[in-house]
Write a protein of this length. Structure first.
Length: 40
């Protein structure tokens, strides 16, 4: 997905930050949330 078309990238970054704040430390989980695009 191109950067211009990925309008949810910022939301995913914030979600990962929220998960970290709630104690999620598994890098595989955080990476999956950071890289998985939203479904349309």
């Amino acid at each position: 997905m191109s950067g211009a078309a990925d309008t949810y990238a910022g939301y995913r970054v914030r979600l990962v930050e929220t998960l970290r704040g709630r104690g999620i430390r598994d890098l595989a989980v955080l990476k999956a949330f950071a890289e998985t695009p939203r479904h349309l």
